[in-house]
Ligand binder design. Sequence first.
Ligand code: NAD
Ligand code: DAU
Length: 348
Amino acid sequence: MKHILITGGAGFIGSHVVRLFVNNYSDYHILNLDALTYAGNLENLKDVEGQPNYTFIKGNICDEDLVKELFSTYRIDGVIHLAAESHVDRSITDPLSFVKTNVYGTLNLLEAAKDSWKGNFEEKLFYHISTDEVYGSLGKEGFFIETTAYDPNSPYSASKASSDHFVRAYHNTYGLPIVVSNCSNNYGSHQFPEKLIPLFINNISNNKPLPVYGKGQNVRDWLYVEDHAKAIDIIFHKGITGDTYNIGGFNEWKNIDLIKVLIKVVDRLLGREEGASEKLITYVKDRAGHDFRYAIDASKLKNELGWEPSLQFEEGIEKTVKWYLENKDWVNNVTSGEYQKYYKEMYE
Ligand code: NAD
Ligand code: DAU
């Protein structure tokens, strides 16, 4: 049996990755290491909790002793590293937390992998999950490809760029088998409602203002989270060691247009008149250093490993809006912090 350490598995993307690996690979023991910060929620994983091939460990990726101990106790074969501080706005007000987790935490995992594997790298892999934000901002034209020069603008993207560089440095310097993927904006169930899509679905349904940064002209490329999880599965198993893969939805939206789609779908599902909630749109001060446009060219992943998004955006948005409307308790629990009691009940 292989032992696979997934970090940040109680978060948004991590919980989808953990579910996919636990359910699809009974010959893997999946260890989920998560500090359960405000963004980590074990309720996201209720359905896999009792599976024999799953273990949850509450802990910080920056904890040197803990991470070393995990590598020696479980003889970890592979790492899928997702744990991070992930919200750009928070990085503007608290950059140090981003350096601690995203840079130091990644380095701590790399050190433990290097020391534990001791040059015996056969069948081992350290997979770093990263973001397209490391490439900076595009104008109206063009796409990010794997060789686009790094040019991060926010403390969040600078911290992710730094961790990507460390991961590649461990490959080049020590021969550590690594792979990196850089993905565009994810959407879907279980995303903390500070990010655009879940925040706005929640606000529309509660008749609260929709704070659009600047003029709402910024562009993002949206990918359904389960398609990201499938890409991670393929890259983990078939990716070329030392390589980088861009993952994207081939699905660009101007923020204001996407917001109007959300309004339309939420209003319809709540039986309101079409466009009734457009009055909630409120233009606010722009995000500092707001990147204008991200757009991923994911053709390398498509051509070399055969991955492409499986879900049409209209279908993904419909499923996503329905999930948040049908799971109001989840939204209320995470916004009130109530969900943190769940860990205490289950594990203490
Ligand atoms: P998230 O904020 O929803 O979840 C992060 C998880 O990491 C949480 O469970 C949290 O408790 C855990 N965590 C945070 N600090 C930790 C620490 N010091 N030790 C252990 N666990 C810790 O994030 P997400 O949106 O699911 O993103 C996951 C990864 O994917 C991140 O590395 C992010 O940079 C990357 N990514 C996200 C997106 C996106 O659109 N959300 C796109 C591309 C890449
Ligand atoms: O591109 C990948 C990245 O996508 C990930 O690496 C990040 O972890 C993830 O948070 C996301 O970053 P963004 O900053 O693009 O996502 P966010 O949902 O915060 O914002 C999306 C766009 O919407 C962005 O242009 C800012 C705008 N926005 C966001 C919020 C929260 C608003 O106009 N109003 C808002 O209230």
